[in-house]
Design a protein around this ligand. Structure first.
Ligand code: SF4
Ligand code: SF4
Length: 146
């Protein structure tokens, strides 16, 4: 078997991951957080707002049905608190699908690189390739079309 085939084997067998309680490392990284329009009603309800009020207070339109939270891209997410995400129950798919983003599992090296940042990698249960594929579909929209 070639070296490349050997390196691919762990991904084909699934990937082990469990978000570490209390960790906020990925949320601390400054950058845009995108929200699909289908996610807005639940977020608005969480804040006791109408979807229109929620959009006006927290979102900027990005493209088509895709919005982004209206904080600067060079700041960490506004909804991050020292104890974690303050909107965890309704956080966008961009967040709930991490680290199973296509760019992170495109090859074993990318997944290995993530270990330096994310302490959840290599912990917990194994996610099958089918599960990972299903998770990835939740972020394959707008800016995340791969
Ligand atoms: S860096 Fe990893 S373990 Fe930490 S919060 Fe993000 S996904 Fe969870
Ligand atoms: S919405 Fe929550 S999970 Fe997503 S980046 Fe902000 S604090 Fe993190």
């Amino acid at each position: 078997m070639s070296k490349r085939r050997d390196a691919e084997k762990p991904i084909l067998e699934g990937l082990r991951f469990e978000c570490k309680k209390g960790c906020i490392k990925c949320c601390e990284i400054p950058g845009a957080v995108f929200v699909h329009e289908s996610e807005i009603p639940a977020m608005a309800k969480f804040f006791n707002l109408t979807p229109e009020e929620f959009i006006s207070a927290h979102l900027n339109r990005h493209l088509g049905g895709v919005y982004q939270f209206n904080f600067d891209d060079d700041e960490p997410c506004r909804f991050l608190q020292p104890s974690g995400c303050s909107i965890y129950e309704v956080r966008p798919a961009q967040c709930s699908s991490f680290p199973f983003w296509p760019e992170n599992i495109s090859n074993p090296d990318e997944w290995e690189k993530l270990r330096a940042m994310c302490p959840g990698i290599g912990r917990g249960r194994v996610f099958s390739i089918d599960e990972i594929t299903e998770i990835m579909t939740t972020v394959c929209y707008g800016p995340f079309i791969y």
